[in-house]
Design a protein around this ligand. Structure first.
Ligand code: 13P
Ligand code: ZN
Length: 272
């Protein structure tokens, strides 16, 4: 059996959490990631018959039975993942009952558990897999500018998406479906999980007002890039929102961009 510390998915999680921390997206224990792993990928490094502990997730995820995820731990700091992956992350499998998570590796202190946002993660995985069977990542974090923007911009998905698209030329190409927005809700609950998953049917980005962002994608790089692009657009907005706007990207130009790059964009979000 190979050493799990050399597994590409462990290394990628270390790199991603470190990058997110350095970008101020994940203060203290802020943020969490879940990454769907294939059984054969896990079996190269672990005896999948050995369950260390189990957790009651408190909800049912029938579509995820038998699926494996590497997840960050509740209360764990992204700052520390790289120096001690086995303490800060775990590999879980959803058991036959669809509600128990079986720990196969990690959380080595013996008491830690997966992120408190597991409902939002697993429910979002279920929702995204229905739309895109290739989706493997759900990532949550607290990027400074997107969070700031939810304090000063109307929380309407169409208006929010349009503003973000206007903030840089690549936006409509990177997230042509726009972003979905939830009002402030209590985090860590099944309710916010259900609301997030519902929005995830329409878009890979769901904003949690006054809290942060959820992003989904095929792999860590793509999902990181998606959040990075949204956050960069929000950064531009926060730099210019208080200044007189002299120029912008017109709707006709956004349409031109989307058509040139052949992306399936929300046409109803443009006036053109
Ligand atoms: P966890 O430490 O439980 O992952 O929670 C962090 C967070 O961002 C809550 O929304
Ligand atoms: Zn959070």
């Amino acid at each position: 059996m190979k050493d799990i510390m050399t597994a590409p998915f462990v290394k990628e999680m270390c790199e991603t959490t470190a990058n997110m921390y350095r970008l101020y997206w994940d203060e203290r224990n802020g943020g969490n990631i879940s990454y769907l792993l294939h059984e054969d990928e896990v079996a190269e490094y672990l005896d999948t018959t050995k369950v260390i502990r189990t957790f009651d997730t408190g909800f049912e995820a029938p579509d995820l039975i038998g699926k494996y995820f590497i997840v960050t731990g509740s209360g764990k700091y992204f700052k520390n993942v790289e120096k001690d992956p086995e303490d800060n992350m775990g590999i879980i499998r959803i058991a036959e009952d669809g509600t128990t998570a079986e720990l196969l590796w990690g959380f080595k202190d013996g008491v830690s558990r997966p992120t408190s946002e597991l409902p939002a993660h697993l429910m979002s995985h279920q929702a995204r897999l229905k739309v895109d069977p290739e989706n493997r990542v759900v990532l949550h974090c607290h990027p400074t500018n997107i969070l700031a923007m939810t304090y000063v911009h109307e929380l309407d998905a169409k208006k929010f998406s349009h503003t973000l698209w206007e903030m840089s030329t690549e936006c409509i190409v990177v997230f042509p479906e726009g972003v979905e927005v939830l009002p402030w809700m209590l985090c860590g609950t099944n309710s916010i999980g259900e609301a997030t998953a519902e929005k995830m049917q329409n878009a890979r980005v769901v904003l949690w007002a006054m809290h942060g962002i959820y992003g989904a994608g095929k792999d860590l790089d793509e999902t990181f890039g998606l959040v990075e692009t949204v956050e960069k657009a929000a950064m531009i907005y926060m730099k210019i929102a208080h200044l007189p706007k002299v120029n912008t990207i017109q709707d006709s130009e956004l349409k031109e961009l989307a058509e040139y790059f052949g992306v399936d964009y929300r046409k109803d979000y443009l006036e053109a």
